[in-house]
Design a binder for this molecule. Structure first.
Ligand SMILES: *[C@@H]1O[C@H](CO)[C@@H](O)[C@H](O)[C@H]1NC(C)=O
Ligand SMILES: *[C@@H]1O[C@H](CO)[C@@H](O)[C@H](O)[C@H]1NC(C)=O
Ligand SMILES: *[C@@H]1O[C@H](CO)[C@@H](O)[C@H](O)[C@H]1NC(C)=O
Length: 186
């Protein structure tokens, strides 16, 4: 019989309802509302959150230990929140990262990038989000620092963030953010 302990264990792990956290989105592995990407070493989360108005949902990055996303570091769809909890962040086969508003049934935000083969989007341990295929980077969040002050957020939040010593510095000319997606030690 071809069944040994190893294959039984493999089967067991494949059937586990809770999969290990991932830091990557691929065309076949989108990120639905309710799931998170977690960076290597568990520092950052990427996922859906609300800020103030519970009917408006955003996709962003925050510290993973900040479970309720009270200090958001980066927001994708600041101007185009989605509603409901059926939205999904997905990657097309040619590398267009798109946030589909489940309630409206249409895209609410996208990176508008294309031309990649086997693209993937990875949340790096620096907190940068990089969209790449091999060594070709077509988009990264550090190139698009956003105003993280969302409607409903406390005034002064941004000041607190800037004063925080472990704040990620969104400086796109800083060389450490320029080393490419797969040089992050993971
Ligand atoms: C993507 O393209 C759409 C349609 O032209 C535009 O409204 C949107 O602002 C673009 N998104 C980004 C992130 O530039
Ligand atoms: C990316 O996706 C958006 C939303 O579907 C679309 O409007 C845009 O034209 C796409 N851009 C590219 C370059 O494929
Ligand atoms: C960003 O990095 C450049 C080059 O290292 C530096 O000159 C500049 O002062 C930095 N900007 C901020 C806001 O830290």
């Amino acid at each position: 019989m071809g069944i040994n302990l190893h294959s039984i264990l493999l089967l067991f792990f494949n059937l586990l309802p809770f999969s290990a956290p991932t830091d990557t989105i691929t065309p076949s592995q989108p990120l639905p509302d309710g799931q998170l990407l977690i960076s290597v070493a568990g520092t950052f989360s990427l996922g859906f959150f609300t800020a103030g108005d519970p009917t408006k949902r955003y996709v962003g990055v925050w510290y993973a230990n900040d479970l309720h996303a009270t200090k958001v570091l980066w927001v994708a769809n600041r101007k185009t929140p989605v509603s409901g909890t059926d939205s999904v962040l997905s990657l097309t086969a040619d590398g267009n990262l798109t946030l589909l508003d489940g309630a409206a049934g249409k895209p609410s935000w996208s990176t508008n990038t294309s031309g990649l083969n086997n693209p993937s989007l990875k949340l790096l341990k620096s907190g940068n989000i990089v969209l790449a295929a091999g060594s070709t980077i077509s988009w990264q969040s550090f190139d698009f620092p956003t105003d993280v002050l969302l409607p409903g957020m406390e005034i002064g939040y941004r000041l607190k963030l800037t004063a925080s010593p472990d704040m990620v510095v969104w400086n796109k000319s800083t060389s450490e953010y320029r080393t490419g997606p797969w040089d992050d030690g993971s």
